[in-house]
Design a protein around this ligand. Structure first.
Ligand code: SF4
Length: 854
């Protein structure tokens, strides 16, 4: 340990020469365990990290204590509902409910519920936020209760921006200070977020990653998150991006290359001389897409570009100097010539990156920007089908946080406007920046008018189209019909992600979104064909595309570091938000008639362990690539669905049901929403309607939740079987909660997405990895087959073999060894307790001093 400006700090170089060989992200983990742990836990974790050589996956577990938690409104609502329900359970058992408080700062960004109801008009942002506040008032009042009743919870209201942009611009300190055991410590700003794109902050040297809401609950109550020391993939960057190529293009190339390499949950770190040619804004775009390239992080170490970003966004000179001094002293400062050890490496020459798009159904499917047509035609089986653009959205934290990308889009708009071009008919245009500072810098450069003339007025500051809230599709235009497509600057494009009626979408830079909106056709070859014809003359993309110098010149006019704090302050003090009543009291007063907030049954000590030796019916059997959107949809509640009927029976308006994501405080709705997806195939009963399955004992096909209830009433266990990458996509914990409410005791899958696997454990559901060659189709489960699982609580251990036996209808038995997809002993303990919530409650009852931050 050493001292810096009156603060102690962990002297990383003092651990010896091995530290220099560690990837920088592992040095940060080393600092964390050295500062936060004690005794043998500390010694063992330090020894394991120093012994990390990159060759062979480490089996060592290390306890890591992040210093803050970031959430958004749709993941925070269920987490805070759980806390409100836990407080009820404590009160009912005679304890003081007010003692249960997060012990870490929790920032909640209200960004996920903004929809593009109106667009192409100057008051669009005001009108859209008005709709948002009206529709979500009850949920937002609950958030206001949480911010007053729970210490440490800070809510960033609608209009303040997207969580990851807020993190970059307002919350991240890069290096911070804490009090621990009566001493002041300087330390890296290590954080977690309940959103898979949390690694965006890795672009400015902050180590952070996405976790499920349940894991976040353990961390916010002061328990460490226990990690296996990760494999680290090093991406060596050389060269410099060519003229015209933007950071979105690089992010798409990185996504493609790392997916091809087979990255699956590793930490990724960028190194090499090419890193120094990228601005922190560029790096954050690349870091943001970590989940799309299969990684947990996309880390860029601290250097001059980090400091420049902190200056440009208005951080104080003292804070910036502290970051530099700390990083240099501790060996966390980036050295472009260093080559730390990595588990695997990949080299990317920035000079070879071209302009790209990705899609039309997965973010890793990369194409040169002129090859959208062939990609679409392949899906049409070679048939000649038109592909009119229905949505052209400049959206997402990924591609609207870096002023360079928005300014480039503004310059395309300016040149198009100068040539008198207009957006094609039938295209819904929108601009939803990640931060209200964007309005200021675009206006200062005069680019807001250029964008608005084309219909790209600001529609608000939130997730909008990126999360599947693009509002209604525009009507089809006669003469421009066909298979409609979205173009967007988002990061995901799974069928239905953008809009339930769109199954094709291309991801691209904001500037290309403007160009495609002008063209109107998603299959236009913008290299060889004109974007538009004006006065009989073709206008080519090259005439519209800005040079790096033009972008730099516009940025020089546009950027004022004071914008960030000022715009955020104005947005934070929005009167409509503060006019919402904030209920008081240690316990939340549930409204028995509410269709938004209900006390969940699993937030109780009675939840109980689901481990054991049992025989179960398969509730549903699924194939590969089942996403959390399939398991627990976020999109609009279909008016003609059973969920809609359920809500209408309770007084809701069928025409204003909002999105599933807005109902995550109501377990009764979310139970019925589980597996509510048109594109999901239940292999057990392939012709069953949406969200239906066969109840095996009766042979009846019925809604999944009704079948689950019948099994439960009869005392029968159920399991779920799935293929590769089960639970890919968003980090939503409701995907696991819904399965727990359905009574699912174990999920048997060929492979699991990292966060969903952790969420299953968090809900007390045992994830089991099927052996190779035993995928759901190989198992050939037929109606009447049952599955016996020997998962005794005493014998369960991380990655231990678990015997599974398929009992065929005729009595034949086929056994094989599955693997417990349980990574740590802490996870075993959670499963033994029945999940995170009973674990916290038991802790709060036995050690209340640990759970009171007051
Ligand atoms: S990736 Fe999209 S949905 Fe997620 S936080 Fe960013 S804008 Fe919102």
């Amino acid at each position: 340990m050493a001292a810096l400006g009156g603060r102690l700090f962990v002297d990383l170089p003092g651990f010896g020469p091995q530290v220099e060989k560690l990837p920088v992200c592992l040095r940060i983990l080393l600092e964390n365990v050295a500062r936060t742990q004690k005794g043998s836990d500390r010694d063992e974790a330090i020894a394991a990290l120093l012994a990390w050589s990159g060759s062979g996956t480490s089996m060592a577990e290390i306890p890591v204590q992040p210093c803050r938690v970031l959430m958004h409104d749709t993941t925070s609502t269920p987490a805070l509902v759980d806390i409100a329900a836990m407080r009820d359970s404590l009160a009912e058992s005679g304890a003081d409910p007010a003692t249960l408080n997060p012990v870490l700062p929790v920032d909640v960004s209200v960004d996920h519920s903004l929809a593009v109801e109106v667009y192409g008009r100057s008051d669009a942002a005001t009108v859209n936020i008005g709709h948002e506040l009206r529709r979500n008032a009850e949920r937002y009042r609950f958030l206001r209760w949480a911010s007053t009743a729970l210490s440490g919870v800070r809510i960033h209201p609608p209009g303040t921006g997207i969580m990851h942009t807020i993190n970059l611009e307002q919350l991240a300190t890069v290096v911070t200070t804490e009090e621990r055991d009566g001493e002041r410590w300087a330390m890296p700003d290590l954080m977690i977020g309940t959103d898979s794109h949390t690694p965006m902050v890795n672009g400015i040297g902050v180590l952070g990653w996405g976790v499920g809401g349940l894991e976040a609950q353990t961390v916010m109550f002061g328990m460490p998150t226990v990690l296996r020391i990760p494999d680290v993939v090093g991406v060596r960057l050389t060269g410099r991006l060519p003229p015209g190529v933007l950071s979105t293009d690089l992010a798409l190339v990185v996504t493609h290359r790392l997916r091809k390499m087979g990255v699956a949950g590793e930490f990724v770190e960028f190194y090499g001389p090419g890193v120094s040619t990228l601005k922190a804004g560029d790096r954050s775009v690349v870091a943001n897409m970590a989940p799309e390239y299969g990684a947990t992080t996309g880390y860029f170490p601290i250097d001059d570009a980090t400091l420049e970003y902190l200056r440009d966004t208005g951080r104080s000179p003292g804070a910036i100097a502290f970051v530099e001094e700390y990083a240099r002293l501790t060996g966390l400062w980036f050295d472009r010539d260093a080559s730390p050890r990595y588990t695997r490496t990949l080299e990317i020459d920035l000079a070879e990156v071209g302009m790209h798009v990705a899609g039309p159904r997965r973010p890793q499917d990369l194409h040169p920007y002129w090859e959208t047509g062939p990609a679409l035609r392949t899906l049409e089986g070679g048939k000649d089908v038109a592909h009119p653009i229905a949505i052209a959205a400049i959206t997402s934290c990924t591609n609207t946080s870096d002023p360079r990308l928005l300014v480039a889009a503004g310059l395309v708009a300016r040149k198009a406007r100068g040539l008198g071009l207009k957006v094609a008919e039938g295209v819904k245009t929108s601009l939803a920046p990640g931060s209200p500072a964007a309005a200021r810098y675009l206006a200062r450069a005069g680019l807001d008018r250029d964008l608005a003339v084309l219909g790209f007025d600001i529609v608000g500051y939130g997730c909008t189209t990126c999360i599947g809230n693009p509002g209604p599709l525009p009507p089809e235009v006669p003469g421009r019909t066909g298979h409609r497509v979205a173009v967007l600057s988002g990061n995901r494009n799974f069928p239905g992600r953008i809009h339930p009626d769109l199954d094709r979408a291309f991801i691209m830079s904001p500037a290309l979104v403007v160009a495609f909106a002008l063209a109107g056709d998603a299959d236009r070859n913008l290299r060889d064909e004109p974007v538009a014809i004006r006065d009989g003359r073709p206008v080519m993309l090259s005439q519209l595309w800005p040079t790096h110098e033009e972008i730099d010149a516009a940025l020089a006019t546009a950027i004022d570091p004071s914008d960030y704090a000022e715009a955020f302050k104005v947005a934070t003090s929005r009167p409509e938000w503060h006019a919402l009543e904030a209920p008081a009291g240690a316990r939340f007063a549930w409204n028995p008639k509410s269709t938004i907030l209900r006390r969940p049954p699993f937030a109780s000590t009675d939840a109980g362990s689901q481990l054991g030796h049992f025989t179960a019916y398969p509730l549903i059997v699924l194939g590969d690539d089942v996403t959390t959107d399939h398991i627990s949809p976020a999109s609009a509640i279909p008016k003609d669905s059973a969920v809609a009927d359920f809500l209408v029976e309770r007084g809701d308006d069928r025409n204003d049901l909002n999105v599933f994501a807005s109902r995550r405080g109501n377990w009764e709705v979310m139970l019925r929403a589980a597996f509510h997806s048109r594109s999901l195939l239940n292999l057990l009963q392939p012709d069953s309607p949406v969200a239906h399955t066969v109840h095996v004992p009766s042979g009846e096909v019925m809604p999944i939740h009704e079948a689950a209830e019948r099994y439960r009433a009869a005392g029968d266990s159920v399991v779920l079987v799935a293929g590769e990458r089960y639970g890919t996509g968003s980090s939503r914990d409701w995907a696991a909660k819904g399965q727990r409410l359905l009574g699912i005791r174990a999920v048997l899958a060929s492979s699991f997405e990292r966060i969903h696997r952790s969420n299953l454990v968090g809900m007390g559901i045992l994830p089991l990895r099927l052996p190779r060659g035993r995928g759901p189709r190989d198992l050939a489960l037929a109606i009447g087959d049952r599955i016996e699982i020997d998962a005794d609580a005493v014998n369960l251990a991380p990655r231990r073999a678990v015997t599974v036996t398929v009992i065929r209808k005729d009595g034949r038995r086929e056994s094989f060894a599955a693997t417990a997809a349980v990574e740590t002993q802490f996870e075993v303990d959670l499963l033994r307790d029945g999940g995170v919530i009973p674990h916290i409650l038991r802790g709060a009852m036995t050690r209340p001093e640990k759970f009171g931050a007051d």
